[in-house]
Design a protein around this ligand. Structure first.
Ligand code: B16
Ligand code: MG
Length: 211
């Protein structure tokens, strides 16, 4: 067993909620008349809700008050949660399920390290509430990725040293956070080729040959 614990990012790794984030931000940007597209959406991966909003508003041609920004973030989150509500256990892919079960059978401790405040809701929708040994998410941190806080919190919750844990990430900000925290990182999806990662995954089940 190469790692005692594995800390998974949620959005873009365990499930494809990244598409729903995109659709919800696109709807807000369109309403405000601000240019936004899938390419720019990649900048929001792993980044907190308010920091994501700031990145979107950068392309607008006016400034907004803090209360307007709060309302925009709330509007996006309402749209996003309407999309999440449609999710079910069918949104847990066979590859992800096989991977989680296989790693658990090896005795590896499994945790979540996500920037999302919607983590408990999403885990519940896809049938993984109570599955992980620890869940560190946007509700228990003050600094979003690329700060390592959420991964350090997860390692602390499972009582493991970062050097003994692997972080799995789909965001460049998340790979940066993992490395800054002293973790090895396995990169997948949008961040697959990030050179700071030790492992590069085509699919999550590639982990079964690594861990
Ligand atoms: P919420 P992750 C991140 O989740 C998303 O990648 C990012 O796009 C989002 O802005 C952030 O969560 C906050 O999400 O608005 O639900 O609190 O990739 O860290 O699992
Ligand atoms: Mg992610």
């Amino acid at each position: 067993m190469r790692y005692k614990g594995i800390i998974f990012d949620l959005d873009g790794v365990i499930c494809s909620t990244d598409e729903y984030h995109y659709l919800a931000w696109q709807a807000l940007a369109d309403r405000l008349g601000i240019p936004f597209d899938r390419e720019r959406n990649h900048l929001l991966r792993g980044v907190s809700r308010m920091a994501s909003l700031e990145i979107i508003l950068e392309k607008g041609n006016r400034t907004y008050s803090d209360s307007e920004k709060e309302a925009f973030a709330e509007e996006k989150n309402t749209t996003y949660r309407q999309l999440l509500a449609r999710m079910s256990t069918a949104d847990l892919s066979d590859d992800v399920k096989k991977t989680l079960d296989g790693l658990r059978a090896k005795g590896i401790i499994l945790a979540i390290g996500s920037s999302s405040k919607n983590t408990p809701f999403i885990l519940d929708r896809i049938g993984l509430a109570g599955f992980f040994d620890a869940v560190a998410d946007g509700n228990c941190i003050t600094r979003s990725k690329p700060d390592p806080e959420v991964f350090l919190k997860a390692a602390e919750m499972i009582g493991q040293d970062p050097a003994d844990c692997l972080v799995v990430e789909d965001a460049h900000a998340g790979v940066e956070a993992a490395v800054a925290g002293g973790f090895d990182c396995a990169a997948i999806g949008d961040a697959r080729d990030d050179e700071r990662a030790k492992w590069h995954l085509d699919k999550l089940s590639d982990l079964l040959g690594i861990a």
